[in-house]
Design a protein around this ligand. Structure first.
Ligand code: MRU
Length: 343
């Protein structure tokens, strides 16, 4: 990962995506030639994590430049919670509109490709800034707990929460990482552990229901997770199971941090109650390792995300700095500064 690993590549007119459903056993790159290929990869979580979905969708628009509106709608309908998806698609539409206004239809694909490449690079740069801001919050010997996967695989590279972990580790401010396995699709045990192994950062895997016991023993000094969408008031939607960890953190006085770029903050969503929460196929809950693990007649509910109220979040670690409560003000001020700087 330190070598600039990205799960997304553009090569010879194709989008290559590292198929995350097959990790850690197999490293297979999917070749996407049509927006339908990208949409399918996003739906079945071959590419996942809010920033990675946004960048993959941007390249999906390049592949669908011939019928832009159809590609836009197709990609938008894949997953509802990660705001980076519509954020990227809307930017792509601005690129298209400007191209049309300039009468440069024949250049559309190339202009979209230039823009998608910029988005790709800017996400990695934003994550490195998040890492640099985040590491200052750590102290030597800290053990950190994380949920789901918010590493290089979930972004265009470097990662958000795991970017902070990597930066803290490199600065000698971290002892080890507790990794929640993250039922039902095991992003923690399959993906975060794979990344931490490659980074050679000490870590231990725990079942999600062990977090309380581990925190109660005083074995966790910091918690850091990523986000799929942060509302204007600082409420955070992230992988289901994040909210209980935040409640545990409050109970035991452990700082609960959320690491995310400004592109994950949705100023048009007032609070967590307004964030659409994806409900996935119940089959993901009643099956594990290709086998049914509940009686045939048992129905399951599979919420993919939950919402952590802003009051449980000690700080938002963003590419624009560490934002503290009250978040409505600190978020608005971060965007004002960014707009003034013209970025
Ligand atoms: O369903 P997933 O695997 O896409 O969910 C991913 C998460 O919840 C991540 O924590 C979030 O997208 C942040 S990724 C930097």
């Amino acid at each position: 990962m330190a070598d600039g690993f990205s799960p997304i590549r553009w090569s010879d007119g194709e989008l290559l995506l590292l198929d995350q459903t097959l990790l850690p056993e197999q490293q297979v790159w999917l070749h996407c030639r049509r927006p339908e290929d990208v949409a399918g990869a996003v739906r079945r979580l071959s590419v996942r994590g809010a920033p990675a979905i946004g960048v993959a969708a941007a390249y999906g628009l390049v592949l669908g430049a011939g019928d832009f509106d159809a590609a836009y709608e197709l990609l938008l309908a894949t997953r509802p919670t990660a705001v980076n998806l519509c954020w990227a698609l809307d930017q792509g539409r601005v690129v298209r509109d400007r191209c049309v206004e300039a009468g440069a239809h024949t250049e559309l694909r190339q202009r979209l490709l230039n823009w998608a490449g910029d988005l790709h690079r800017e996400d990695v740069e934003a994550n490195r800034r998040i890492g640099a801001f985040g590491r200052e919050l750590f102290e030597e010997g800290d053990r950190v707990l994380t949920h789901c996967n918010a590493g290089a695989l979930a972004t265009a590279g470097y990662g958000t929460a795991i970017g902070v972990v990597e930066a803290a580790w490199s600065a000698g401010r971290l002892a080890s990482v507790w990794v929640d396995e993250t039922r039902p699709l095991l992003q923690g045990s399959r993906l975060t552990t794979w990344e931490l192994s490659r980074l050679e950062i000490p870590h231990r895997l725990i079942t999600d229901n062990s977090a309380g016991a581990i925190i109660a023993r005083g074995w966790v000094q910091k918690i850091v997770v990523g986000a799929d969408r942060i509302a204007a008031n600082g409420d955070v939607a992230n992988k289901v199971g994040t909210y209980p960890v935040a409640v545990l953190a409050a109970r035991h006085g452990v700082p609960f941090y959320v690491a995310a770029p400004l592109s994950t903050i949705d100023r048009h969503t007032a609070s967590g109650a307004d964030i659409p929460i994806e409900e996935r196929d119940a089959g993901e809950v009643v099956h594990a390792f290709g086998k049914r693990i509940a009686p045939r007649e048992t129905e399951a509910l599979n919420l993919a995300f939950d919402v952590t109220p802003a009051e449980l979040v000690a700080a938002l670690i963003t590419d624009a700095g560490v934002l503290r409560p009250p978040y409505r003000e600190s978020i608005a001020s971060a965007f004002r500064d960014r707009d003034v700087a013209g970025r």
